[in-house]
Structures are given as C-alpha cells and as structure tokens.
Design a protein around this ligand. Structure first.
Ligand SMILES: CC(C)(COP(=O)(O)OP(=O)(O)OC[C@H]1O[C@@H](n2cnc3c(N)ncnc32)[C@H](O)[C@@H]1OP(=O)(O)O)[C@@H](O)C(=O)NCCC(=O)NCCS
Length: 165
C-alpha cells in the first residue's frame, strides 16, 4: 500500500503505513521498521536498522541505530536511547516528576536491555550494557553492566542456594 509516509520515507518499512502517524520534522534512518498504530511526534530522531513496534508513542526524542523498541512503549520527550538498546514491550519512560522540577527525561546507554513493563522515572540513566528486569520501577541511575530488578529497582541478588552452588 502506498501512502504519504511511504513517499516521505522510502527506505523505511511501515507495517501498515495508513495506520501510522509520523508528524513533520522527523528523521528515520534506512532499514528501520515501524509497526501499526504507532505515533511518531514532531522532532523525533530515529536511527538506522531500528525496530519500532506497534502501538508505540515516540515523542521528540533521540534514538540511535539498531535499537529495538517492542510493542506499546511510551518514549517520552527528551529521552536519549543510544545504539543497540533493547526495550521490551510496555516500557514507560517519564520526564515530569510532578513536584515542580524541570522536565528531565531518561538516558539509556548503548547495549542496555530494558525488560517488559518497566517504568523509568525522570532523569535516570541506564548504564552501558546494563539489564533492567521486567516490571522494574527504576528510580535511580543504573551502573554500567549492572542488573537490577524490582520496585524500587535494586541490584539483582541471587538466592543463598545459588550463592553456595
Ligand atoms: C532480570 C532477568 C534478566 C534475570 O534473569 P536471570 O539472570 O536468568 O535470573 P533468574 O531467573 O535466575 O532469577 C534470579 C533471581 O531474581 C529474581 N528475578 C528474576 N527476574 C526478576 C524480575 N524481573 N523482577 C524481580 N525479581 C526477579 C528471581 O525470582 C530470582 O530470585 P531468587 O534468587 O530469590 O530465586 C530476567 O528475569 C528478566 O526480567 N528478563 C527480562 C525479560 C523480558 O522482559 N524480556 C523482554 C522481551 S520478551
């Protein structure tokens, strides 16, 4: 099916272009795929060879190359997602603390993996190659290479049985 977005982005594959809204002043790199019922807001910058799933809301943000964003994610305004990041389904990023401070969005460093259903609070940085377990609520920065789980997210501690194995 040919549509306005196919004409604007000939090197991007839209699963169903007629059911995808891409506002003005958006850049999407070649080889990127975009799912159905996804909205990409004005000013968004998306790199090459990314997968943007269906039912996503991609605000004015920066997304690197080879990033995978699964179904039903909210990527809030100002978020920075570096190269080779994986973002599982239903991840929510937030930029407004609701207590009067300036908006500050999360940063997700290269190679990090964010489990499905995670919430990233305003301003947190997920370190390079870090892993966030599914369902976590991340309230503080996650160090490079660390694995965190839970609410609030903490470093993953193995059980005593595992520790003695
Ligand atoms: C965090 C994660 C990476 C850890 O994987 P793992 O190293 O194989 O860990 P294990 O399954 O051995 O679990 C280790 C411990 O952490 C706990 N745990 C694992 N994942 C957890 C999570 N998401 N939240 C809270 N606790 C978790 C386990 O219960 C276990 O606790 P115990 O030691 O007290 O028994 C993984 O569980 C996870 O959440 N992956 C994300 C999956 C996902 O969202 N994929 C998206 C694409 S479909």
């Amino acid at each position: 099916m040919n549509s306005e977005v196919n004409n604007r982005f000939p090197n991007v594959r839209f699963y169903n272009a007629a059911l995808t809204e891409v506002q003005s002043d958006v850049e999407i790199g070649s080889g990127t795929r975009v799912g159905t019922f996804t909205l990409i807001h004005q000013g968004a910058r998306i790199g090459q060879n990314c997968t943007i799933g269906s039912h996503c809301n991609i605000c004015e943000c920066q997304i690197g190359n080879s990033v995978s964003i699964q179904t039903a994610c909210h990527i809030t305004r100002g978020t920075i997602v570096e190269d080779n990041v994986f973002i599982g389904p239903g991840v929510v990023t937030l930029n407004d603390s609701l207590v009067g401070r300036a908006l500050k969005a999360p940063t997700i460093k290269s190679g990090a993996k964010i489990g499905g259903g995670t919430v990233l609070l305003p301003g947190v940085t997920i370190g390079q190659n870090a892993t966030v377990g599914s369902g976590a609520i991340v309230t503080k920065d996650v160090p490079e290479g660390a694995t965190v789980v839970g609410n609030p997210a903490r470093a993953l501690l193995r059980s005593r049985l595992d520790a003695t194995a």
